[in-house]
Design a protein around this ligand. Sequence first.
Ligand code: ADP
Ligand code: DP6
Length: 324
Amino acid sequence: MEATAKANTNIALIKYWGKRDEQLFLPMNSSLSITLDQLSTTTTVRWNLDLEKDVFWLNGQLEGEEEANKISRFLDKVRMQMEEKWYATVESVNQVPTSAGFASSASGFAALAAAATKAAGLALNHQQLSILARQGSGSACRSIYGGFVEWRKGERLDGSDSYAIPILQPHEWDLSILSVLVESKKKKVLSREGMKRTVETSPFYSGWLEAVPIDMQLAKEAIHHRDFEKLGRVTESNAMKMHATTLGANPPFMYWQSATFDVMEQVLELRKKGIQAYFTIDAGPNVKVLCEPHDQKKVCEVLKSLPLVKDVFICHPGSGITYL
Ligand code: ADP
Ligand code: DP6
């Protein structure tokens, strides 16, 4: 009744931003991401007859009630499929900063879905795992697969058609994704809360929903033709649109810090000098910079030289879940 799984985090090029059903984690829009080759979570789940509740250890620390309850609510969905309704010990290690906009929830719930079901002896296929992981954190449904991945929002009320599908294997197009760390502290507005507030109060949200299908189409064309410039432009403009919705929310909020702007400006400077680099930002101050592998060294050097940049992790498209 024990299993260990590892999942890599993913970076959205076309963002998931907003839910139409909060219980089932059904998104308002489809999204598209790259699963990275590092920045991962490794999780061990041990179902145990003697436990009276689930226990959650994260990075060697016993987590409090709030975090443990999130895990328990997720494990309830696995328990529903188990004959014996046992509780579990979950031990998870993030090789990625937690709650800082590096998508720890994506790798976290993808690894948990895989480990918990395997430990329970349930043989779920990748599509079923994607649907399960989605119900822990939406973006986690994409981390089940490697490479370039699309999460189709689906139409059904029960969420049975809302899951990720792989569109390109990692080796089919190598890009460099530089994850630029400017802040590793826990962010003030979690993605979940931020997207909810935006859907409910931002007058710009309807513009976001109008724009996503067009951006999605452009991104898919760019991936199909391996057109890096086209992919970079749509990735950057999609991130800007997502962040614009937060400025219109009530109360308004923004994820960027001054260091975030420094990185964005530097990327624009690089482009002026003829180096194709593009940024994207998730729900946090850290920035991911996309470039082609032959420019990676130069781009990395320039980013590392910025005074407020703490670290740069060099990533490439990586694999989906693995069992250890
Ligand atoms: P991030 O940018 O890191 O994804 P989010 O606000 O989207 O930030 O998600 C952070 C939440 O993800 C945490 O509060 C926690 O509930 C969950 N999480 C992080 N790491 C793990 C993990 N290893 N296993 C399960 N859940 C995790
Ligand atoms: C900005 O998947 O963390 O990173 O479903 O509420 O857990 P919940 O949200 P989460 O949100 C990710 C938001 C994003 C964009 C993306 O990854 O697509």
